[in-house]
Design a protein around this ligand. Structure first.
Ligand code: DP6
Length: 352
């Protein structure tokens, strides 16, 4: 039975640093910590690695944390436990899911010399398969809770690096608000916050057109990105799209930012569709939402789309337009649900 989510206190995007220090001290004493992290939506996408093991991305990326969606993870390093145990939303997980978590915990154990296995419990308040990269929130929360429970005091950059090794986009869920993840080497490829969550009242409306589990996930997708002849062109242009997006974001200029994020999405999906094997993530309703977005703009409703490795569409608009966008999206045939979120805070320890 899920138990973590029901117990968490009301969330604020602001984090009390004194409380974080106190929670870290307690975690180190008890070898146990609980952390919360938000997923993020990329405005400039990460697709393809120059090093798959270390998850060093082929290009820099930029994203927004999603305040209303979160994952809560608790890590307890237990004496007498002979291997890591993982439960996700109340269900025991073994196999590749557990192996990936153990690999992240091993980085922490190597750093601290701690010779104990961990019990990991993780819960999310958003559905799996909803077009939200659940691994981003999961590995950000795991890194923050795991480091604290092992008594490892890491900086934000070090936590972002640790999260990146678990899932690339997770490094962008460590800092607050709107984050930029630089390409680089194992030390320098981390995410930093460009602006806090209160910088801009943007909304992400996640339009769910399918909840099916995709056959090729992001990790598999990154591995075949280089098989597309379009990937070099995508990577070559990423830096300048990111600069344009960052400038527009800092100026709160959606009319400039919107076309850039749409172009970045379409270039990524062109890479996906032209790889070997090709990855077609879109469903007919995906295209219907794209075309509706263009129509809404002609009708003076300022909203832009972005799409991750799946069929669901993220509609980005300012808060004042969110109700009209939601109503219009719900009228499209094939739309099952719409989840709405503003910009979120950093990954952090929580009282438990
Ligand atoms: C399309 O970070 O989920 O959402 O490192 O293998 O876990 P792994 O991949 P992941 O890839 C995210 C891909 C994306 C674009 C993005 O979020 O930048």
């Amino acid at each position: 039975m899920p138990t973590l989510i029901s117990k968490i206190p009301p969330l604020s995007t602001l984090v009390n640093q004194d409380e974080q220090i106190e929670l870290r001290a307690r975690a180190a004493r008890e070898h146990r910590a609980t952390a919360l992290a938000h997923p993020n939506i990329a405005f400039i996408k990460y697709w393809g690695n120059i090093d798959h093991l270390q998850r060093l991305p082929a290009n820099p990326s930029l994203s927004m944390n999603l305040a209303d969606l979160y994952t809560v993870t608790s890590v307890t390093f237990e004496m007498g436990l002979n291997q890591d145990v993982l439960s996700i939303n109340g269900t025991q997980v073994t196999g590749p899911g557990l192996t990936r978590v153990t690999a992240s915990l091993n980085l922490i154990r190597t750093e601290t010399g701690l010779n104990r296995a961990a019990r990991v419990e993780s819960e999310s308040n958003f559905p799996v398969g909803s077009g939200i990269a659940s691994s981003a929130a999961a590995f950000a929360a795991l890194s923050v809770a795991g480091a604290a429970a092992a008594g490892l005091a890491l900086t934000e950059a070090e936590l972002s690096r640790l999260a990146r090794r678990g899932s690339g986009s997770a490094c962008r869920s460590v800092p607050a608000g709107y984050c930029q993840w630089l390409a680089g080497n194992d030390q320098t490829s981390v995410a930093t916050s460009l602006a806090g969550p209160d910088h801009w009242n943007l909304r992400d409306l996640v339009v769910i057109v399918s909840q099916e589990h995709k056959s090729v996930g992001s990790t598999g997708g990154h591995q075949i990105a280089d098989t597309s002849s379009l990937q070099p062109a995508r990577v070559a242009g990423a830096e300048s799209r990111l600069a344009a997006c960052r400038q527009a974001l800092l100026a709160r200029d959606l009319a400039t930012m919107g076309p850039v994020i749409e172009e970045d999405t379409i270039i990524m999906h062109a890479v996906m569709m032209s790889g070997h094997p090709p990855l077609y993530y879109w469903h007919p309703a995906t295209m219907a939402v794209i075309q509706a977005t263009q129509q809404w703009r002609r009708e003076e409703l300022p909203v832009y789309f972005t799409i991750d490795a799946g069929p669901n569409v993220h509609l980005i608009c300012e808060a004042e337009h969110a109700p009209a966008v939601e109503a219009a999206a719900r009228r499209i045939a094939g739309v099952q649900d719409v989840l709405i979120s503003g910009a979120g805070g950093p990954a952090r320890l929580i009282e438990f």
